[in-house]
Design a protein around this ligand. Structure first.
Ligand SMILES: Cc1ncc(COP(=O)(O)O)c(C=O)c1O
Length: 383
C-alpha cells in the first residue's frame, strides 16, 4: 500500500479528548475537556426547534446566512466598538476551530513561520502543520504567564508571517492588558505580521480584568483576523458556529478557504443563533458572574488542599502546580488522579513547549453541584 501522509502522521491523539475517554472508563468527574454540563438558554433551544420546523434544511449561503451575519456584525460592533460590514467582513465557520484553520490557511504558505505563546491551545500547532507553516513558540512564564518583551521581539524579528493570540487564554487564564497588547501591536506593525486572534472566551472575564479586542487597537483592524465562536458564550459547543472577522480583501480569500473546507455551518442552527445574538447586555454580565462563582468554588477546594495555582483572569481553566507530588511525569499523575481520586485533569505538558511537566489543567465550566462533588474527591489529595 502507498504511505499515508507524512505531514499528518506526526499528529498524536488530542490529549484532552483522550483524558475524557479515560475519565469515562474510570467513572471520574471530567474536569479535563472544557464544555458546560448545563443546557443553553431555553429561547435558543426553542429557536433551533422552530428552525427545524420552518424548512431550513438546505445549505445556507456558504459564508453565513445574511440574517446571521447581520446579527453578528451588530453584536460585534457593540462589543468591539468598530464598524463591521456584514456583507464583506465576516465569514461564518464551523466553530472557532474551523475559523482558526481558515485564518491560518488564508495568510500562510508552506514554509512560513507562525508565532504562538506557550502554553497554547493544542489545535494551533496542528493548524500550523496543516497549513505547512512552522510554529515558533514564545514562552508565557509561569506562574503569572507574562511574556518577556525581548523574547517576543526576537520571535517577531525572526520573520513571522502571523502571530496567534489567544485572549482570554486557554489554558493559563490570562487576560492580556492593553499595555501588553499594544506591545504586540507595535511589533506586528514594525515587522509587518498578521495577527490571528482566538477570542472564544471574550465574555468570560473576571473583574477587574477587561477584554480588549485586538482589532480595536489603533491601526490593528487592517492586520487582524479575529476568530471567535458562540460555543462558549451561549453554552452550545456542539452547535459548531464560529466566525472570522477581517478586512474585506482578507475575508474574500478566507471565504473561499472555508467554502472548500466545509461549505458551511449547519443552516438551521445559523438561523437559531440569531435569537441569542439579540440577547440583552445583561446576558453577558450574568454569564461572567456565573463563571466567577464557579471559579471560586473550585479555587476554594484547591485552597483547602493547599495546592498552588495561578488565579484565572478569564476563560474557565486553572493551572495547578503538581510538583509537590513528586511525579516524574504529569501524564502519569493525570492518569493516577483520574483512577484513584476520580477527577480527570489535562496534563499540562500538552500545552507547553517540551520539557514542562509541572502542571495540570482543571476546568470549572461545570454546575456548582458537579464542582462540589469534584472538590470533595479532590480533598483526598490533601497531605
Ligand atoms: C482557545 C479555544 N479556541 C477554540 C476552541 C474551540 O472552539 P469551537 O467550539 O468554537 O470550535 C476552544 C475549545 O475548547 C478553545 O479553548
Amino acid at each position: 500500500m502507498p504511505r499515508t501522509s507524512q505531514r499528518t502522521s506526526v499528529f498524536s491523539e488530542s490529549v484532552i479528548r483522550g483524558m475524557s475517554r479515560i475519565a469515562t472508563q474510570h467513572n471520574a468527574i471530567n474536569l479535563a475537556q472544557g464544555f458546560p454540563d448545563w443546557d443553553p438558554p431555553a429561547e435558543l433551544i426553542q429557536a433551533a426547534k422552530d428552525a427545524m420546523d420552518t424548512g431550513r434544511h438546505q445549505y445556507a449561503v456558504t459564508w453565513g446566512s445574511p440574517e446571521l451575519r447581520a446579527a453578528l456584525a451588530a453584536k460585534l460592533e457593540r462589543f468591539i466598538g468598530i464598524p463591521i460590514d456584514a456583507g464583506s467582513e465576516l465569514v461564518v465557520c464551523c466553530g472557532a476551530t474551523e475559523a482558526m484553520i481558515v485564518a491560518m490557511m488564508t495568510v500562510c504558505d508552506p514554509g512560513d513561520k507562525v508565532g504562538l505563546f506557550s502554553p497554547f491551545y493544542e489545535n494551533y500547532s496542528a493548524d500550523a502543520i496543516l497549513s505547512g507553516a512552522t510554529p515558533v513558540l514564545v514562552p508565557l512564564h509561569p506562574p503569572h504567564y507574562r511574556f518577556d518583551p525581548a523574547e517576543l521581539r526576537t520571535a517577531f524579528a525572526g520573520g513571522l508571517k502571523a502571530f496567534v493570540l489567544c485572549n482570554p487564554s486557554n489554558p493559563c487564564g490570562r487576560v492580556f492588558t492593553r499595555a501588553e497588547l499594544l506591545q504586540i501591536a507595535a511589533l506586528a506593525e514594525e515587522f509587518d505580521v498578521w495577527i490571528i486572534t482566538d477570542e472564544v472566551y471574550e465574555h468570560i472575564v473576571f473583574p477587574p480584568h477587561e477584554h480588549v479586542y485586538f482589532a480595536a487597537l489603533p491601526g490593528m483592524a487592517k492586520r487582524t483576523l479575529s476568530c471567535s465562536s458562540l460555543s462558549k458564550t451561549f453554552s452550545i459547543t456542539g452547535w459548531r458556529i464560529g466566525h472570522v472577522h477581517a478586512p474585506p480583501e482578507i475575508i474574500a480569500q478566507a471565504r473561499k478557504v472555508h467554502d472548500f473546507l466545509t461549505v458551511g455551518a449547519a443552516a438551521p442552527l445559523q438561523h437559531a443563533v440569531v435569537t441569542a445574538l439579540n440577547f440583552p447586555k445583561s446576558y453577558y454580565t450574568d454569564l461572567a458572574a456565573e463563571y466567577g462563582r464557579s471559579r471560586e468554588i473550585l479555587l476554594g477546594y484547591l485552597d483547602q488542599i493547599g495546592l498552588t495555582y495561578t488565579r484565572p483572569e478569564g476563560a474557565y481553566f486553572v493551572m495547578v502546580d503538581i510538583s509537590p507530588f513528586g511525579y516524574a511525569s504529569d501524564v502519569e499523575f493525570a492518569h493516577w488522579m483520574t483512577r484513584e481520586i476520580g477527577v480527570a485533569p489535562v496534563p499540562g505538558s500538552s500545552f507547553f513547549a517540551p520539557g514542562e511537566n509541572r502542571y495540570i489543567r482543571l476546568n470549572f465550566a461545570k454546575k456548582p453541584a458537579t464542582l462540589h462533588a469534584a472538590g470533595e474527591r479532590l480533598l483526598k489529595l490533601k497531605r
